[in-house]
Design a protein around this ligand. Structure first.
Ligand SMILES: Cc1ncc(COP(=O)(O)O)c(C=O)c1O
Length: 481
């Protein structure tokens, strides 16, 4: 690599496995120096199950699910209430993972008839399921009511009539929440509070009293509280504080309307996680976030002189994200000259200069093409997300290089890892491991370019088993009529 502003020796180890992003079991074997996950070598996994491959560390998923649930429930108890923790299945769902979540004491949040189907197939107690969606079909609503889903989250006024009719026809009383927009949008590091929400989910908070009044006219509906999900990948609790304060601000009014306290408050999910080493120190600790949320709700209840409602949360990525690793095989590489000065260079590239042993902007980028891409991980293309990558099949002492890992699809936005640092001799045939792919990767996967979806393999204590089948060429062909 040439550079624009001189070199210095980099003490950075581009082979190191960062335990803040990879699952806790991920480490290099002492003999083979290969990355192992759940005590199994990466290449053993790709030899047995193919490449690309989603790998799910069962212990990591289970212990995170347990830790998140325990923290939220412990802190709710500390302030004198209770909490139900729903796993947001949209992040990743198959029968096996749903079973892990149920065994770890989590309820399940589903957002479609399909997710409901899988949750039930996993043996979930229907009473422990929450059903979301801004456009649930009548058939989905009828099925949810019929199987006894614990709570349906009403998203629109039209839905009130649909759910009430389904419950009446089934001779049941259906527990419902109303999804509202508190006007607070949270993003990774800050939040934005507005009075209007120009988006499809939920109803404006200012309309909540009127709409709850409508819900209360139906004997077949049991209104249990408001629901608000302020966003995803949230790093600070300020947004939750403002949102909870706004929601509790209408609880006294709702209680007066209902003639009873409103028993529950669902604050949604969205707890942020680190996807890259650079983000690792800023990512919130779940225990800390749980303590802050409990205090926020207790303070809000005090402010409005309310009994603290029972709490509900719906974390997805913070439960399953870090348990997942995707293995890819490198097909081609090429070096692109960047040629820019420090001023022209991308600041995120420049930030990696110390790892590259440079004192200024990198002048080259090594493009590394792998055998998957936006069909197995749409998040970089959808959200501009970044990921962390390591060579899994070996270690190397080659000088570090600025890399961009790209897929095999016909889109220039087909990027898996925007920027990271790998040994510069990364080459065709190498196995790459991309960390934190447990959430919203398989779930958002597609067949773009007729690339078959890879399987998902669970690893634990030296054993690997397929928990989601990959697609075959026959299945791809069978789509055409
Ligand atoms: C209503 C609702 N609840 C929970 C979640 C889960 O969010 P996360 O995976 O960021 O925790 C989402 C994500 O979109 C959501 O829309």
């Amino acid at each position: 690599m040439t550079e624009t502003a001189g070199t210095q020796t980099s003490a950075f180890d581009a082979n190191a496995i960062d335990a803040r992003v990879f699952p806790p079991s991920a480490r290099r074997g002492s003999q083979c120096e290969q990355l192992k996950i759940g005590e199994i070598r990466a290449t053993e996994l790709t030899e047995q199950f193919g490449s690309p491959l989603y790998v799910m560390d069962e212990q990591a998923a289970r212990s995170k699910a347990r830790a998140v649930r325990e923290a939220l429930q412990r802190e709710a108890r500390r302030v004198g209430t209770e909490a139900t923790v729903y796993y947001a299945t949209k992040a990743f769902l198959c029968v096996e993972v749903a079973k892990w979540m149920i065994e770890e004491g989590l309820a399940l949040d589903v957002a479609s008839g399909g997710e409901l189907l899988v949750a039930l197939a996993a043996g979930a107690d229907p009473a422990q399921i929450g059903f979301h969606g801004n456009n649930k079909s009548v058939a989905e609503i009828e099925r949810a009511v019929e199987v006894g889903v614990g709570t349906i989250i009403l998203d629109s006024e039209i839905e009130i009539e649909r759910v009430a009719a389904a419950a009446k026809a089934a001779n049941k009383v259906q527990r419902v929440r109303l999804r509202v927009n508190s006007g607070v949008h949270a993003s990774t590091h800050d939040f934005l509070a507005t009075s209007h929400e120009d988006q499809k989910f939920g109803q404006p908070l200012a309309e909540a009293t009127r709409i709850v009044g409508q819900i209360l006219t139906h004997d077949s509906l049991d209104f249990v509280g408001l629901h608000c999900h302020i966003g995803s990948q949230i790093f600070a609790t300020d947004g939750f504080r403002e949102s909870a304060r706004r929601l509790l601000g209408v609880y006294a009014e709702l209680a007066a309307l209902a003639g009873r306290p409103i028993p529950e408050l669902n604050l949604g999910g969205g707890f942020g996680i680190a996807y890259t080493s650079e983000d690792a120190d800023a990512a919130p600790d779940v225990a800390k976030i749980a303590a802050e949320l409990a205090d926020i709700v207790a303070a809000g209840a005090r402010e409005y002189d309310l009994q603290i409602p029972k709490l509900a949360f719906e974390p997805g990525r913070s439960v399953i994200g870090q348990a997942g690793v995707t293995l890819y095989t490198v097909g081609t590489t090429k070096t692109v000259q960047l040629g820019g000065s420090d001023a022209e260079a991308n600041p995120a590239d420049v930030a990696l200069a110390p790892q590259l042993g440079l004192t200024g902007a990198p002048s080259e980028r090594l493009y590394v093409s792998v055998d998957g891409g936006m069909s197995d991980n749409a998040r970089p293309a959808l959200y501009g997300s970044d990921y962390h990558v390591r060579i899994a099949n070996r270690v190397s002492t080659a000088a570090p290089a600025l890399v961009r890992v790209v897929g095999k699809h016909c889109e220039s936005g087909d990027i898996v890892v925007q920027r990271d640092v790998l040994p510069g001799d990364v080459q065709p045939g190498d196995t790459l491991a991309v960390a934190v792919t447990g959430a919203y990767c398989w779930a958002l996967s597609s067949n773009y370019n007729y690339v078959p979806r890879p399987p998902v393999v669970a690893v634990r204590d030296g054993e690997a088993r397929m928990i989601v089948r990959g697609e075959t060429e026959e299945e791809l062909l069978a789509k055409s009529v």
